[in-house]
Design a protein around this ligand. Structure first.
Ligand code: SF4
Length: 277
């Protein structure tokens, strides 16, 4: 098996355990932990985290994702307030709110996103909020509700190229996801999206996706190396060379993206708090 070392800075673990302790005490979930993010040490050390709302069980079965699948529990009405209190307690200047996909709910948990943003605005008005949303099955009223809450950045990941959707994220729809991003941009928000590399795509497909995103008005892009959470997940097809990530970044900026983070360890919310500067 080809071993590839993704170099990461050494960090002092005390912040990591401190933040984990706070998250446990407040019964909050993070995508950082549930998606086995390689940057968790660095981000927690910097006091940033991506909160995972609406439970830990997802209604979809994306083949690359380590989040558990199953029949979700009902929403916890206190969760938005607990997140706001934790954001305030941690003094976060930038908070990322994401969720599992709740196709079981009439609004896809859009109302829970809105309530979480409202609670954060009330408790920590200085904190900028980025939402990383599911596609809400393309429901206009759900997408409009989240947009109306005016997140600082509206993020929705395309994850991969359209040719691979049937095998990598079978319940998703490429054009539906592009539509979610376009709607956010048309309503004046900063729109962001993310891709994984190494699932079997080729460079021209990635550049085509970049063009589609730019046509949808997308401003920011993240591209990172896919790492299989386990042997049962979709196999890594390629460990993409750093010079290709560099080429993607240059192409993205040439195409007009305001910001592109492209490197093996980049993830949707990685350095999100400084990438808009
Ligand atoms: S919809 Fe999101 S959380 Fe659910 S399996 Fe897919 S990537 Fe994971």
């Amino acid at each position: 098996m080809l071993m590839v070392l993704i170099r990461k800075k050494k960090i002092n673990l005390s912040h990591l355990s401190e933040l984990k302790k706070i998250l446990r005490e407040t019964q909050l979930n993070t995508v950082c932990e549930d998606a086995l993010c390689p940057n968790i040490g660095e981000c927690f050390h910097r006091g940033t985290a991506a909160f995972l709302i609406a439970g830990k069980l997802c209604t979809r079965k994306c083949r690359f994702c380590s989040i558990k699948k199953g029949v979700p529990l009902s929403l916890d009405p206190q969760e938005p307030q607990r997140i706001a209190e934790t954001v305030k307690k941690l003094g976060l200047k930038y908070a990322v709110i994401t969720s599992v996909t709740r196709d079981d709910l009439p609004d896809g948990a859009a109302g829970h996103f809105v309530k979480t943003m409202e609670c954060i605005v009330n408790m920590a008005p200085e904190t900028k909020v980025e939402v990383l949303v599911p596609d809400f099955m393309g429901r206009k009223e759900s997408i409009d509700a989240v947009i109306a809450a005016k997140p600082f950045v509206f993020n929705h990941n395309l994850e991969t190229v359209p040719r691979l959707y049937p095998v990598v994220r079978p319940e998703a729809d490429y054009l539906r996801s592009l539509g979610v991003i376009e709607t956010a941009k048309k309503n004046g928000l900063t729109a962001k999206s993310g891709l994984m590399a190494g699932l079997g795509e080729n460079e021209s497909e990635v550049i085509q996706v970049m063009n589609d995103l730019r046509n949808a008005g997308c401003d920011m892009l993240t591209i990172g190396q896919y790492l299989a959470p386990s042997r049962k997940h979709y196999k890594v097809r390629e460990y993409v060379k750093e010079e290709i990530f560099d080429r993607y970044k240059k192409t993205a900026i040439d195409l007009g993206f305001k910001h592109c983070a492209s490197a093996p360890y980049v993830r949707s919310s990685y350095m999100a708090d400084i990438s808009h500067l």
